[in-house]
Design a protein around this ligand. Structure first.
Ligand code: SF4
Length: 940
């Protein structure tokens, strides 16, 4: 029997409970009316549950035949399609139904996660899962009739639209929903508006009292919390960045390395919140990963326990491309999207009505929702290319992006990310609201974030976007995108010179690549000067590339050096074309500025805001074009020692995506220091691995502190964890390099020895896929689920949620999992690394390696990566785990990457397996939770 007749767990948001749902058991027992069979498939088999409730195992051929004929209830169609080798599989997906009924609610998208959320007993074996799906479907559908269903508003209208779009669930949902007595309000009428508020006065200049900080910290950690000396010292050290700075351009700067487990977040939130309260200013806390943003969102609730105060005082900010653009959504709902993309748009509209902040990436939109639609249309619902029309938009006053931007001006704490802080500082609209007190957590990523942010890329993909921004799309099916002339029609009709500038820009933009550019340059028939340049670039890369990637189908690159002949001519023509576009854009910017100053009668507050918005996006394009021109001007001449330039072809599995010229700063902390650090009053850069496998010299270099006139303060506190007794590093000596069968076999045995709970880290996607393909069936037969980034059609955040939820599960992945995973407890007890994580020997790395001390530079990078990967295992004082490296040639000099005292031993695989099995049985004997007991705990 798969259902619970007793306590039904509350759904997140606690609106379903056994008290409010006395009828659930009855529904499950009696209702066999749902006329759909259910299907479940995994690597260990395929099962079907008929409409009579009979479950039986079937073969792949029969399963494909059945789902092609009749809609089946299933969970995660893309994943199931992949398991069956039938990528077009569709059906009645329970996740879509859940997203409709409970928008903005969290669920782990697995059979166990579904059971847990709905209060059903977890499936005891895989053969029970198909039957569970039918019960879950009935339960969800019955909920539509329940009077306590919280998300009823808007459902009826949405179901009507989904019925017209032939959404597979529409008929069943329609049967249960009653037409509301009063017509439902359209989403765009329902959302709240932001209020204009006066700018916040500048913060008061105060000197912080360390004792007050420690008292605040005590209040946050709560009575009875253990006395954490390291955390107190850390909080006291952070206090000094909030004191008045002495010299303009020289912020109070602190570099702080704080080992895992010292309670870093509360350690800086205590002084930050205190300063904000006393001085009346805003502190920006910047992270690199969304996981830490979520953690900070949770921890700041301790400072402001009252929900309303919390919402005012703490604001999460992300780049605008993360948020739903209501204008794009309206366009999608009104016919801009067709087929499955239109269904997604309606489910997103359901979510938007209940979302906390409209954040589609890592917010409360379930990460799995867009992947169910194979990402069909999701990106077109955000504002990815800066096409926002600001006050010209009918939803401007309800816009999620504007709401977050305005709320952050009044907030005490803004939780942002490194990229957004840099973008805002370099080219944001919020110059008067620049952060002056900044805390960069995960500071070891600052260098890489700056590297991406301040790079220039003159490529086909980038230039075609500029063309579209100026002219508008070439095809009609690109939604509401309009050219500059349409967006600034009122300016053109009022200001003749402005109108002429728009026309000249439109004309000059014709020289940029248009649709089909990649094919044309591949066939040697480029059109226009930029395509001609890209054609030369492509030919030169193919001629000179020595990376041996040509046959492997991966990206190609070559240095930008010894350029002659046709390339020089192509560069000159391209530069002329770009200059011809830049000039009218500069003129247009001047006319808009003039107009704003002049303030003609017709320009009301809305029109002014729109002009200011146009000026900002114009400035962004002007900077881009100027960057490209400066890049072109150096071709054929001497190289600029501050930059690394190269030519590239972006490829994946042999298919080309982009061609162009790249420019990166040799040291990207130079621009960050100029635009972010120097203008601030107080800055802290902190991380558990700030010294990145080197010493303070490395921390100063990677943070940009070397470019400040005054040396930063430095602070260090070690992790309180007992690494000698909690962790062990094992270097396996008998798995031969290049032996894929041996590597896969080692992974399978290690996962079995540990009973799952394994994070497998790879340095190459190809090897990850090969290992996964070889071991997936074996793991399934052992009852140990395995998931993999780059294989499973599931986003990385959801993969981590699944992994965290099931202690028997294992997860394979690459870089993003190395330090973006926070899984405390027994769900992660073994990390297996397939080889030493050497840096990719590309042109940029080569240049930095030469500048950074040769092999010592490489060693620092590898040590930092090892330390980050190792840091995944021990997240709490009661965690235990092994870190296994399957590379006998692991150099001894890199062992300093691991915390002092951590035991390290080289041994053959058999011995490693014996140790891991022993650790597992000791865990059982000591009463620590085993996978079985955890499975049960996780269902509570
Ligand atoms: S203001 Fe801009 S981002 Fe916001 S909904 Fe309108 S067009 Fe989209």
């Amino acid at each position: 029997m798969l259902f619970c007749s007793v306590p039904i767990a509350s759904l997140p948001g606690s609106h379903w409970s056994v008290r409010t749902r006395p009828d659930i058991a009855a529904i499950i027992l009696t209702d066999n009316s749902l006329p759909y069979p259910a299907l479940h498939a995994s690597h260990s088999g395929i099962w079907i549950c008929s409409i009579d409730g009979e479950t039986r195992a079937i073969g792949k051929g029969e399963a494909i035949g059945r789902v092609a004929e009749t809609p089946h209830i299933l969970l995660n169609a893309p994943l199931l399609g992949q398991r069956l080798g039938y990528p077009d599989l569709s059906g009645l997906d329970l996740l879509e139904l859940f997203a409709f009924i409970h928008p903005a609610q969290f669920i782990v998208p697995t059979p166990a996660g579904l059971a847990k959320t709905l209060g059903l007993a977890p499936p005891g074996q895989e053969a029970d899962i198909a039957s569970l799906y039918r019960q879950a479907a009935r339960l969800l559908l019955e909920g539509l009739e329940a009077p306590y269903w919280k998300e009823r508003a808007g459902a009826w209208s949405s179901a009507q639209a989904l019925f017209r779009l032939r959404w597979p669930w529409a008929q069943e949902v329609g049967r249960k929903l009653e037409k509301p007595v009063e017509a439902e309000r359209w989403l765009f009428a329902k959302l709240s508006e932001w209020e204009e508020e006066p700018p916040r006065p500048a913060p008061q200049s105060i000197t912080m009292d360390k004792e007050d900080t420690l008292a605040t910290l005590d209040a946050l950690t709560g009575e009875g919390a253990e006395d954490r000396k390291g955390q107190k010292n850390y909080a006291a050290a952070v206090t000094q960045i909030f004191n008045p700075r002495r010299i303009k351009g020289a912020p109070n700067m602190l570099l702080a390395e704080a080992g895992t487990g010292i309670g870093k977040t509360l350690g800086y939130l205590a002084p930050a919140s205190l300063w904000s309260r006393q001085a009346g200013g805003t502190v920006w806390i910047s992270t690199f990963t969304k996981a830490l943003q979520r953690q900070l969102d949770r921890e700041t609730r301790r400072i402001y326990p009252d929900e309303e105060t919390f919402r005012k005082k703490v604001v999460v900010r992300k780049g605008r491309e993360n948020y739903l653009c209501l204008l794009n959504l309206e366009d999608a709902l009104q016919g801009g999207f067709a087929g499955r993309a239109a269904i997604l748009a309606h489910l997103v509209a359901r979510w938007a009505a209940y979302s906390k902040d409209g954040d589609m990436v890592g917010g409360d939109l379930p990460g799995w929702l867009t992947t169910l639609f194979r990402r069909n249309g999701a990106t077109a619902l955000t504002d990815r290319r800066g096409e926002c029309v600001y006050a010209g938009c009918p939803h401007y006053r309800k816009c999620f992006i504007e709401k977050a931007a305005r709320a952050s001006q009044q907030a005490d704490i803004v939780i942002a990310n490194h990229a957004l802080v840099m973008v805002n500082a370099a080219r944001g609209r919020e110059q008067q609201n620049r952060p002056t007190r900044l805390i960069f957590d995960e500071g070891h990523h600052l260098f890489d974030a700056a590297d991406s942010m301040f790079a220039a890329r003159l490529s086909g993909q980038e230039t075609i976007e500029i063309r579209r921004w100026v002219i508008g799309p070439e095809t009609k099916n690109r939604g509401r995108r309009r050219g500059l002339a349409a967006r600034l029609a009122d300016l053109a009709s009022y200001d003749e010179e402005g109108g002429r500038a728009i026309e000249s820009a439109r004309h000059a933009a014709e020289a940029m690549p248009g649709d089909g550019w990649l094919q044309r340059i591949g066939e040697g028939e480029p059109s226009g000067p930029i395509e001609a340049l890209l054609h030369e670039v492509r030919a030169m890369v193919f001629a000179r590339d020595e990376s041996q990637s040509a046959d492997a189908g991966y990206g190609l690159e070559t240095e930008l050096t010894d350029v002659e002949g046709p390339m020089i001519d192509a560069v000159a023509n391209a530069a002329e074309a770009m200059d011809a576009l830049l000039k009218p854009l500069v003129r247009l910017g001047q006319r808009i500025e003039h107009l704003i100053e002049e303030g003609p009668d017709w320009m009301d507050a809305q029109a002014r805001a729109r002009m200011e918005g146009a000026l900002s996006s114009l400035g962004w394009r002007r900077d881009t074009l100027s960057g490209w021109l400066s890049l072109l001007s150096r071709i054929g001449g001497p190289a600029d020692p501050d930059f690394v330039d190269w030519l590239m072809i972006d490829r994946y599995e042999g298919r080309e995506y982009d061609v162009g010229i790249c420019r990166h700063w040799l040291d990207p902390t130079i621009p960050v220091t100029e635009v972010v650090t120097k203008p601030a009053h107080g800055v802290m850069i902190t991380s558990a691995t700030l010294k990145g496998g080197g010493g303070w010299d490395t921390a100063r270099a990677r943070s940009g502190a070397v470019h400040l006139e005054h040396a930063p303060q430095e602070f260090e506190v070690a992790s309180p964890f007992d690494y000698p007794n909690q962790a062990k590093v094992i270097i396996v000596t008998d798995v031969k390099r290049g032996d894929m069968a041996g590597l896969a076999g080692a992974y399978a045995q290690l996962i079995e020895a540990s009973g799952g709970g394994t994070l497998g880290l790879f340095t190459a996607i190809r090897r990850l896929r090969t290992v996964y393909a070889r071991i997936a069936d074996r793991m399934a037969q052992s009852g140990l689920p395995i998931y993999a980034q780059h294989v499973d059609p599931i986003d990385t955040g959801t993969l981590v949620d699944i992994f965290r939820d099931d202690p028997k599960a294992s997860l394979l992945g690459t870089d993003a999992l190395r330090d973006g995973v926070d899984v405390p407890g027994q769900s992660l007890r073994l990390v297996v690394m397939e080889s030493v994580p050497w840096p990719r020997p590309n042109i940029l790395h080569r240049a930095r390696r030469v500048a950074g001390g040769g092999s010592a530079y490489d060693d620092r990078i590898i040590r930092a990566r090892l330390a980050q990967a190792f840091g995944r295992i021990i997240r709490r004082a009661d965690d235990h785990g092994h870190f296994v490296i399957l590379s006998s040639a692991f150099p001894t000099r890199l062992l300093s990457a691991f915390p002092e005292g951590t035991p390290v031993e080289r041994m053959p695989l058999e011995q490693a397996l014996a140790e891991i099995r022993k650790a597992k049985s000791e865990m059982k004997q000591s009463g620590l939770p085993t996978e079985t007991s955890l499975m049960h705990d996780n269902q509570q």
